[in-house]
Structure formats: C-alpha cells, structure tokens
Design a protein around this ligand. Structure first.
Ligand SMILES: CCCCCCCCCCC/C=C/C(=O)SCCNC(=O)CCNC(=O)[C@H](O)C(C)(C)COP(=O)(O)OP(=O)(O)OC[C@H]1O[C@@H](n2cnc3c(N)ncnc32)[C@H](O)[C@@H]1OP(=O)(O)O
Ligand SMILES: NC(=O)C1=CN([C@@H]2O[C@H](COP(=O)(O)OP(=O)(O)OC[C@H]3O[C@@H](n4cnc5c(N)ncnc54)[C@H](OP(=O)(O)O)[C@@H]3O)[C@@H](O)[C@H]2O)C=CC1
Length: 265
C-alpha cells in the first residue's frame, strides 16, 4: 500500500520574513514537523523571539534567527552563509518576505514603485540566486515563492504590488524549467486575503474584527492555512509538481466582500 509522504523532517529551510504573519506560521509549521529553519527579518529583536519559541518546543526542529533585510544582497549572502555554517546545507527556501502600500498608479513615485518591486521581486531574486547556488552545488532542493491573487488578477491601487507578484509567478515557471536538471523544484503560492499584522497595518483591518477559523464560509484566511500548503509543496508528496502556482482564497463572493466588516473606506 502506498502511503503519501507529507513530511519535511530533517530538511533545512530558509524562511524569509518570519517575525510575524504568514512567514512566522510557515517557520513554526515546518519546525513542528521536524525541519530546521533559518528565519530572518529586518530586526533580530522581532525574529529572535520566534526562534526562541521554536527552540523551546519539544520534538521540533531547530531555529536560527538572522537579522537580514532581503532587499540587501550582501545581507542575504550572510543569511545563506550562516545557514550553511549552522545546519550544513540548504534543502528548502521559502521567499515569503513582502509587502505593499495601497495607492493609485498616478500617485506612486519612482521611489515608491521601486521600493515595492525591490521588496517583493528583487528580494526573491537575491535569495533564490544565493540559496540556489548552494542547492545546485549540492543535492538540489525545493523553493516556494509567495505571490498573491493580486499577481493573477488586477486590483485597483495595487499596480506596483500586482506587477511584482505577477513577475514572481513567471520567475517561478521559468526557474522550474531552467533548474529542473539541477534537482530543484520551484513552486508558488497565491493567497487571497489572509489575517496578518501586515494586512492590519496596510488595509486597516483590525484583528478583533476577524471571525474564528471555522466561523463562516466567506471568511478571511489564516496564516496556518498558507503554511500547510507550503509544507505540502516542500514535501516528497509534491515531487511531481514544478512551476505551479497554488491559489488559496477560500470562497470569494463576486464583489469580494467577506462575513466581516473590513473597516475600509
Ligand atoms: C480589501 C478587500 C480586498 C479583497 C481581495 C483580497 C486580495 C488579497 C490582497 C492581499 C493584499 C496583501 C498584501 C500584502 O503584502 S500583505 C503584507 C502587508 N504588509 C505590509 O505591507 C507592511 C506594511 N508596509 C510597509 O512596511 C511599507 O509601506 C513598505 C515596506 C511597503 C515600504 O517601505 P519602505 O521603507 O521602502 O518605504 P518608505 O517609507 O521609505 O517609502 C518609499 C517610497 O514609497 C512611498 N510610499 C510609501 N507609502 C506610500 C503610500 N501609502 N502611498 C504613496 N506612496 C507611498 C514613499 O513616499 C517613498 O517614496 P518617495 O521617496 O518618493 O516619497
Ligand atoms: N496577508 C495577505 O493577505 C497576503 C499576503 N501575501 C504575501 O505573503 C507574504 C507575507 O505577508 P504577511 O504575513 O501578510 O506580511 P506581514 O507584513 O504581516 O509580515 C511581513 C514579514 O516580512 C518581514 N519583512 C518585511 N520586509 C522585510 C525585508 N525587507 N527583509 C526581511 N524581512 C522583511 C517582516 O518582518 P520585520 O518587520 O521584522 O522586518 C515580517 O516578518 C508577503 O509576501 C505578502 O505579499 C500575499 C497575498 C495575501
């Protein structure tokens, strides 16, 4: 009888942007399943406690916290070097760090546009090239990129974000082809609206407005629901998936409304 293998135990995974939100849930999920995780954010004061919590858990993998702004290539190189130094190799990379501000296209300055493309797309390039080098020189690996439904469909006031997230999908597809012979799979997740501190800050959605996980069918998603998909994509169960984008957006209404007041204008 065939038993599916959804496990990641023993893998070493880099997860960027893991001090909160989806990245934190991914790191905690992978570690709880026995993976060692190298996690980063721009502040060791914010990502350090996440590593401490993981390291305090029994039967979990180990965590290494690194202060790293993924927009800075030299800092990404340091993250990669420290991961190899501590854990010996890199099996998986989750390009999660990302963000946006909401503004009409005509109001986005050159610097504003570049900051979002830098944060979402160029950071993914830095991490993928530098961690990918280790994977290609070794036994290969698995990469999961965080796109967004806004990279698949247009949304007003998100031109910079949508363009950067659409580019991540095409980068995923291209690398899946280019690096297939190096034993590297590259896939993507495109979440719909997920309850995170970043969304609260950007869209003004307060956590107390959110329904519980199973309260409604037209709800906002939870970070753990994205983390579960990432673990699947990293696991042997997804061994025949390469260059794909998995969309996770629940059951949206035609007008994109939810069973919660988003408190937006
Ligand atoms: C509503 C219902 C919809 C339902 C459909 C669901 C679809 C799913 C939608 C999912 C959307 C979620 C997306 C996410 O990514 S969630 C994670 C969000 N987290 C964050 O975005 C973090 C919060 N944001 C930030 O930390 C920063 O804004 C950011 C990192 C994005 C930029 O930081 P940076 O340090 O680079 O920025 P600066 O402050 O130095 O500014 C750089 C230039 O950008 C200009 N700027 C900044 N904010 C704005 C703004 N609000 N409007 C216009 N321009 C802005 C800033 O002025 C600088 O440019 P100049 O130098 O020219 O002034
Ligand atoms: N939440 C949502 O509805 C959706 C989110 N996504 C994508 O999922 C990913 C995670 O989103 P979410 O959890 O909501 O975001 P949050 O804003 O809640 O968290 C972002 C994380 O990234 C870190 N981070 C931000 N900038 C950098 C940087 N330059 N270098 C390193 N780390 C950084 C932050 O840590 P610190 O501040 O400590 O540096 C934080 O840990 C993003 O790519 C986002 O675009 C996609 C679709 C929907």
């Amino acid at each position: 009888m065939h038993e599916p293998d959804f496990g990641v135990a023993g893998q070493t995974a880099i997860v960027t942007g893991a001090s909160q939100g989806i990245g934190r849930a991914i790191a905690e999920t992978l570690a709880a399943s026995g993976a060692n995780v190298a996690i980063c954010s721009r502040s060791i004061d914010r990502v350090g406690p996440v590593a401490e919590e993981i390291n305090a858990a029994e039967d979990a993998g180990e965590a290494l916290a690194v202060e790293c702004n993924v927009r800075e290539r030299e800092q990404v190189q340091d993250l990669v070097d420290r991961t190899v130094e501590v854990f010996g190799d890199i099996d998986a990379l989750v390009n999660n760090a990302g963000g946006e501000f909401v503004a009409p296209f005509e109001d986005i300055s050159e610097n504003g546009w570049n900051s979002i493309v830098d944060l979402n797309l160029n950071s993914t390039v830095h991490c993928t090239q530098l961690a990918g080098e280790v994977m290609r020189e070794g036994d290969g690996g698995v990469i999961v990129n965080l796109s967004s439904v806004n990279g698949q469909h247009p949304a007003p006031n998100e031109s910079h974000y949508g363009a950067s997230k659409a580019a991540i999908i095409r980068l995923t597809e291209t690398l899946a082809v280019e690096w297939a012979d190096d034993g590297i799979r590259v896939n993507c997740v495109a979440p719909g609206l997920i309850q995170t501190p970043g969304v609260a800050e950007t869209l003004g959605i307060r956590s107390e407005q959110m329904p519980d996980r199973e309260e409604t069918d037209r709800r906002i998603g939870h970070s753990e629901e994205i983390a579960d998909i990432v673990q699947f994509l990293l696991s042997p169960a997804a061994s025949f998936m390469n260059g794909e984008t998995v969309t996770a957006k629940g059951v949206p209404r035609p007008d994109n409304s939810f069973d919660v007041d988003l408190g937006l204008e």
